[in-house]
Design a protein around this ligand. Structure first.
Ligand SMILES: [Zn+2]
Length: 476
């Protein structure tokens, strides 16, 4: 069958691409590095968006939209920011058939545009806090693209907030990281480590970058969301001052935070198997597909009318679909819905009609459950909760079983080469050691976990004093 996908144990990267293309989540675009998000992938993004947007609004944020094109001079105003982003910027030099006086940058992120506007909107502490989010696309030129994980254009949300004090901004950045963790764990069923980035992994122009880090099934980490305490850097660059409560004047304190369509890549790699993707029920639009099985015209009408009443029982509470396409055999349909990760399949054949029952098959475990007709709708919610919980527990076990404490560079290298995963090791805090470890092993510091246990030890690279372990991994 054309739906065959490479086994993930054989070649994980090929498995990932096969799953995306065959499950019709996305496709390559005519421009290298860009991708088309197909309906099956886009609905996942819509569900991510819908739930996160609700959580943002419940915590006091509002949405707005800022323009795609940013004057080049804006990017140059914050020097660290410019250094960080210039290499991946796309620049518009012609418009309306004429060379532009000032080149325009296609936004790689919107701090500069947004802070140029905040300069007009903020004059007093009465204007603060300002809590704005935008859903949009951004462009960061990508030399080694990978569907959903690294594409030159991608979709994301970026929150940009303005505050009176450092403490307030820091509280906001941590609060948003907490929302990301809650969403990724509760809806996407992916457990994460939460912590702070080392200086060299910080966002360009931030004082602090906070991150949630997930583990994929091939042992590589994936940064699932970040939030930044930007201090007063952007307020200084754009001269955004406010009259304080005490009658003085100060620069405004800032945060920014974002998650992107790479979350869909994380979903695929955290839960997928050799049959395709697995969508956790809380993120799925279509919850179950009912598939009729029959061998004669007489059986067909009996089975279909039975299925109709089953469907009517469920459809008010759950998004359920009957797949009665006659041009495909049931086995083809089973494979297709498994490939697309729909949480439950309901099979009904002539025997089930006779016994007044239905067979439910879980996508996460493949387990079959036979239920009397009356119990199907009663058991539905429980079953979906069980699937959601099982996916999270399984991923959590995997993360824990693949987090290793290591005390020297040889063991570090061995773990990275053999199985990957997170490595919890001592580091003296020097960027040089961090860079050396990275060039030797390709592993980076993913984060310094919050509430990290203090422990005396020796840096695995230089042997220097260390007071805590940090989390390393090879990452996407
Ligand atoms: Zn060191």
């Amino acid at each position: 069958m054309e739906n065959r996908i490479t086994r993930k144990e054989e070649n994980f990267s090929q498995w990932y691409i096969d799953v995306i293309l065959k499950a019709k989540l996305a496709d390559y675009a005519p421009v290298k590095g860009c991708m088309v998000i197909r309906p099956n992938g886009y609905i996942l993004w819509e569900n991510i968006q819908k739930n996160l947007d609700r959580m943002f609004k419940e915590s006091g944020h509002v949405n707005a939209y800022f323009p795609l094109l940013i004057p080049e001079s804006f990017i140059q105003k914050e020097s660290e920011h410019m250094e960080g982003f210039s290499p991946e910027c796309a620049v518009v030099t012609y418009g309306g058939g004429k060379k532009l006086k000032e080149p325009l940058i296609v936004r790689p992120t919107s701090e500069t545009m947004i802070w140029s506007m905040y300069a007009r909107w903020i004059t007093s502490y009465r204007d603060l806090p300002l809590l704005i989010n935008q859903w949009c696309n951004i462009v960061r030129w990508e030399l080694r693209p990978r569907l959903f994980l690294r594409t030159s254009e991608f979709l994301w949300q970026e929150g940009h907030t303005a505050h009176e004090t450092y403490e307030e901004a820091d509280k906001e950045a941590l609060k948003m990281l907490g929302i990301y963790k809650k969403f990724v764990e509760e809806y996407m069923a992916i457990p994460v480590y939460k912590g702070q980035k080392s200086d060299s992994e910080r966002f360009a122009g931030a004082l602090q970058t906070y991150t949630i880090e997930a583990l994929m099934q091939d042992g590589k980490a994936l940064q699932a969301g970040t939030s930044h305490n930007l201090g007063q850097n952007f307020a200084r660059a754009f001269n955004v001052k406010f009259a304080t409560r005490e009658g003085g004047e100060d620069y405004v304190w800032a945060t920014s935070w974002g998650v992107s369509t790479r979350l869909i890549g994380a979903l695929i790699m955290a839960h997928g198997d050799n049959k395709g993707i697995i969508i956790p029920p809380k993120l799925a639009s279509l919850i179950a597909v009912i598939i009729p099985i029959y061998y004669s015209a007489k059986e067909r009408s009996r089975v279909l009318s039975y299925i109709q009443s089953l469907y009517l029982n469920l459809k008010n509470d759950f998004n359920v679909k009957i797949d009665d396409r006659e041009e495909y055999r049931p086995s083809y349909k089973f494979n297709e819905w498994e490939l697309q990760g729909i949480p439950l399949r309901i099979e009904v054949g002539p025997k089930d009609v006779e016994k007044k029952q239905a067979i439910l098959v879980r996508r996460d475990t493949g387990k079959k459950i036979i239920l009397p007709f009356n119990e199907v709708s009663l058991r539905f919610s429980t079953l979906l909760n069980e699937i959601q919980k099982n996916l999270f527990e399984k991923a959590k076990r995997f993360k824990e079983e693949n987090t290793f404490k290591v005390d020297n560079l040889d063991d570090f290298q061995k773990v990275i080469d053999d199985k990957g995963g997170f490595i919890y090791a001592h580091w003296c805090g020097s960027p040089e050691c961090e860079a050396k470890i990275k060039s030797l092993t390709k592993a980076t510091i993913r984060c310094i976990p919050f509430h990290n246990e203090k422990e005396e030890g020796k840096c695995i690279y230089c042997g220097g004093k260390s007071s805590q372990r940090v989390l390393f991994a090879k990452a996407y």
